[in-house]
Ligand binder design. Structure first.
Ligand code: MG
Length: 380
C-alpha cells in the first residue's frame, strides 16, 4: 500500500514579496519547498513524492530544488487554479492508495504530524490537522469592531490533508471550484474528515515576516558543529605540488603516501573532527596499499558523504596554507572552486588563504608545507 505526498507549490506567493515566489526563497539557507519535500522524503511511510510546480517555474525547480532532493521526487506542472494543480498531483499519484496533500509553504511540518494523519486515515476517509481557535473573534469594518463571533467549534486548518486517492480524485472532479482547501472539496462530496491536533509551529509562510518567525523556530532546534584539522607534508624531489585540488608547477614535490594534498587533508580532518568520527588516517590507513598515490578528492568526497549521511550541511570552511612558496594567492580562486565542487556548496562558503612563518621554522626554511582548516556543519 503506497502513500503518496502531493506537495502543492504552483502558487505565485506574491504576498511574501522578494524576487522569487516564496516557496523558492531561502529559509535558514535552504529553499522553503526543499524543506517541505525533505520532511516527507524522510518519512518511512511515504512511498512517493509528487511536487506540483507552476509551468513557469520548471527551470527554477531544476536549479534550486532538485539539488536538495535528487531523483526521489516526481515533478508535474500545475494548472490554472489551486484545485487544478492538486488534481494534476493526484492524477500523477497513480498506484498510490492514499494521498497526503500538503502546502509547500508549510516547511516546518513534522514527521510526527504526518504519522498522525496517516494513522487517522486507517479509520476515516479523510484526516487533516487543525488548531482550535483560542483568541476571541471579531468581525470588523473600517477599522472598528462591529460584532463578536463565537469561537466555539472553530478551527484553523493546516496541511497535510490526507485522503483515499480514488475518493478525493472523484470529489475534485465533481467539485464546482473555488474551494480554499481539499477538506472543503471532501466535505462537498460528503466525506468524513477527522480533525487531527495540529502544531503551532506548522505555520504557513505567507508574508515576509513569516520567514523570520520560521527561522526563529528553526533556530531553536539548530545543531551547529565546528571541527579543525592540521596537516604537514615535507618537500621532496619533483616538479609539481597539489594543493586544495589544484596542481601547480614547482621546484619540488610533496612527500606523502597519497597525492600529499596537505590543504585537502587538513580540511578532510576538520570535517571528521566536526562529526567526531576520528581522523583521515583511520578512514584511509597509510598502511593500506590501495590509498597509495590516491587523489585526495576521494578522501574529501568520503567525508562529504558522511556529512550528508548524518543529516548535516556545510556552514563554511576556511583553509590556511602555511609556506614561503609556491605563491598561493593567484590560485586561491581555483582552489576554492575545486573544494566547493567536491563539497557541493557555493564557492562563497569556502575560503582558501595563505601565510608564511616569516622564514621561521620548517615552513620558513622551505622544508615543507603546513595547512590548517576549520569547518562548520549545520543541521536544522
Ligand atoms: Mg596528509
Amino acid at each position: 500500500m503506497t502513500i503518496a505526498a502531493i506537495i502543492v507549490a504552483a502558487g505565485r506567493g506574491r504576498r511574501a514579496a522578494g524576487p522569487l515566489p516564496k516557496q523558492y526563497q531561502q529559509l535558514a539557507g535552504i529553499p522553503v519547498l526543499a524543506r517541505s519535500i525533505e520532511v516527507f522524503a524522510r518519512h518511512p511511510q511515504i512511498g512517493k513524492i509528487i511536487v506540483v510546480v507552476n509551468s513557469d517555474d520548471l527551470a527554477l525547480f531544476a536549479q534550486r530544488i532538485k539539488p536538495h532532493c535528487g531523483d526521489a521526487v516526481h515533478c508535474v506542472s500545475g494548472g490554472e487554479t489551486r484545485a487544478d494543480s492538486v488534481f494534476a498531483g493526484i492524477a500523477a499519484a497513480e498506484g498510490a492508495q492514499k494521498v497526503l496533500i500538503h502546502d509547500a509553504a508549510r516547511p516546518l511540518v513534522t514527521q510526527d504530524l504526518i504519522s498522525k494523519v496517516v494513522k487517522a486515515l486507517e479509520t476515516h476517509s479523510g484526516a487533516a490537522p487543525a488548531l482550535a481557535v483560542s483568541d476571541a473573534l471579531w468581525q470588523g469594518a473600517d477599522d472598528r469592531v462591529v460584532a463578536c463571533v463565537p469561537r466555539d467549534g472553530l478551527y484553523r486548518a493546516q496541511t497535510p490533508q490526507g485522503f483515499q486517492r480514488e475518493t478525493i480524485m472523484a470529489a475534485h472532479a465533481a467539485h464546482i471550484g473555488g474551494a480554499s482547501d481539499d477538506v472543503e472539496v471532501a466535505l462537498a462530496a460528503g466525506l468524513d474528515v477527522a480533525i487531527i491536533e495540529g502544531e503551532e509551529t506548522n505555520l504557513k509562510i505567507t508574508y515576509a515576516s513569516d520567514f523570520q518567525r520560521a527561522e526563529r523556530i528553526l533556530g531553536h532546534s539548530m545543531d551547529i558543529r565546528c571541527g579543525n584539522g592540521f596537516d604537514v607534508h615535507a618537500f621532496c624531489e619533483g616538479n609539481s605540488v597539489t594543493l586544495c585540488g589544484v596542481t601547480l608547477p614547482f621546484s619540488h614535490g610533496l612527500l606523502g603516501h597519497s597525492d600529499a594534498d596537505v590543504g585537502m587533508h587538513a580540511l578532510t580532518d576538520a570535517i571528521f573532527g566536526a562529526l567526531a568520527e576520528g581522523d583521515i588516517g583511520q578512514h584511509f590507513p597509510p598502511s593500506e596499499a590501495r590509498w597509495k598515490n590516491a587523489a585526495s578528492d576521494l578522501f574529501l568526497g568520503h567525508a562529504v558523504a558522511r556529512v550528508q549521511a548524518r543529516g548535516y550541511r556545510f556552514g563554511n570552511a576556511d583553509v590556511t596554507l602555511i609556506c614561503e612558496a609556491p605563491k598561493i594567492g593567484p590560485h586561491a580562486g581555483e582552489m576554492r572552486a575545486a573544494l566547493a565542487g567536491i563539497m557541493e556548496v557555493d564557492m562563497d562558503r569556502i575560503s582558501v588563504k595563505a601565510t608564511t612563518t616569516e622564514k621561521l621554522g620548517f615552513t620558513g626554511r622551505g622544508e615543507g608545507i603546513a595547512a590548517m582548516a576549520t569547518v562548520t556543519l549545520v543541521k536544522s
